[in-house]
Ligand binder design. Sequence first.
Ligand SMILES: [Zn+2]
Length: 193
Amino acid sequence: MKAILSLLILMTTLKAHGFIPTEAYTFDFNITTVRMTKPKERKLHQAVELLRLVFASSEFRKQILLHRYRGRYGFYMNDGESNRVLYAKILDGVEKLYPYQNNAMDVEVELYADFESKVMGYTYPRTRRIWMNTKYFNRHTTPEIAGHLVHEWLHKLGYDHERQLSPRRRYSVPYAVGTIVKKIGRQIEWKCL
Ligand SMILES: [Zn+2]
């Protein structure tokens, strides 16, 4: 009887929270920094730890799977890939540059200062490095940095968006997932504070 009860509780819990694959919990971050001061490194590290919690949340899975673009489940410029495949690819962590499935984010972060620019950061396909503009990094909150880090990293997985601002751009994988991470990151921060 007790066993049946436990099973029922477990089933209700799974139903309520949705099934989260183990990869969501074991996802790791291999992040190195280039010429970064200790306080800035700490700020980046906080964002990474928040991102770890976001990736492990059922809310993250739910928001990726239920994302809609033009009335259908999906993202803009995703080559017809399903949300389920996208979620699996995020957790696999297979960067185009290092095509092995290690369930981790492998990047190098360098800060640069360009106060005239409106660019938050950038990266190139042929490097594991991500550049972040201190103009934004300094004023950004932890969830915002986590969202930006994910945005640039998704380029490394092969996802892109239009260079020019367009009404559809925010539905692209880098922008939309970046926003999802930022929002869930904020919710986690509120709960913890
Ligand atoms: Zn981008």
